[in-house]
Write a protein that binds this ligand. Structure first.
Ligand SMILES: C[S@@+](CC[C@H](N)C(=O)[O-])C[C@H]1O[C@@H](n2cnc3c(N)ncnc32)[C@H](O)[C@@H]1O
Length: 248
């Protein structure tokens, strides 16, 4: 993602396009991860929360205070009704929070939208700053294996009320860039149709490189997990969850 204009047109259709994603199971997996690492979080900050799928589910402990944030205000406004102080448009590279939070989350490839290593380092630095000592940062990344298998010269489309979309995905292995080009045909009030394009780009980082950047930022890397398992995450995994700890 390059700027605030991405994740704009897609916002009202995002949940439909992602209807195949089992967020209930993902939420249960995340809870198992933080419990496994001895965390019972009260203050929680979600970065890149998009349309806030976890705000519609019982993912967090009942006593938890959760702040959902995303770079795109268009995505956040699709979230269920949340009070303004717990739904904040924010860039993960420059967070408008002091914390301290017990847990930071950044889920479903959101880290891959940070286009440069410097951005990832800034995100690590900022999350570390707002975490309490001993706090956890849990995020996942999509990998080269995933891009090659599912997103190289792949095309799909969908139809919903008032919108039809096409998506073309491609993976540039040299540049380690995963692109998703969308064309939306959106029905207007007068029954006319508008064609709108929106492109998303993701950087596919090497797992070892992310590990090194996290350590350099000051995190202790406590776990790398493959997909939604507790097996070790590695370069050949299609998704890897990271568990980072801010030293006490
Ligand atoms: C694939 S979506 C995931 C959204 C949500 N976490 C989910 O699971 O559905 C990636 C999200 O990352 C957000 N994003 C991209 N760059 C960001 C940044 N620098 N800071 C905060 N959010 C960002 C996008 O706006 C988008 O909502």
């Amino acid at each position: 993602m390059r700027d605030e204009t991405s994740y704009r047109t897609i916002a009202p259709y995002y949940d439909y396009i992602m209807a195949h994603v089992d967020y209930d199971a993902w939420g249960r997996y995340l809870a198992r991860l933080w419990k496994k690492h001895g965390m019972d979080p009260v203050g929680i900050l979600e970065l890149g929360a998009g349309t806030c799928p976890f705000a519609r589910r019982d993912v967090f402990p009942p006593k938890a205070r959760v702040v959902y944030s995303d770079l795109s205000p268009f995505m956040l406004t699709q979230a269920p009704v949340l009070t303004p102080d717990c739904r904040v448009a924010a860039n993960a590279l420059s967070l408008p929070f002091k914390g301290p939070f017990d847990l930071c989350l950044m889920v479903y490839d959101a880290i891959n939208y940070l286009m440069q290593e410097e951005d990832v380092s800034l995100c690590f630095k900022e999350s570390l700053r707002v975490l309490a000592p001993g706090g956890l940062f849990i995020f996942d990344v999509t990998t080269e294996a995933n891009s090659k298998k599912h997103f190289h010269h792949a095309v799909d489309y969908g139809e919903m009320e008032g919108c039809t979309y096409f998506r073309e995905s491609h993976f540039d292995r040299e540049a380690r860039l995963q692109g998703n080009d969308f064309v939306f045909f959106v029905e207007g009030r007068e029954g006319n149709w508008r064609k709108v394009k929106e492109s998303h780009q993701q950087r596919i980082y090497k797992i070892d490189r992310l590990k090194a950047l996290a350590k350099k930022a000051g995190y202790k890397v406590e776990g790398l997990f493959e997909g939604f398992t507790f097996r070790p995450g590695k370069e050949g995994s299609e998704r890897v969850h990271f568990v980072l700890r801010k030293p006490a």
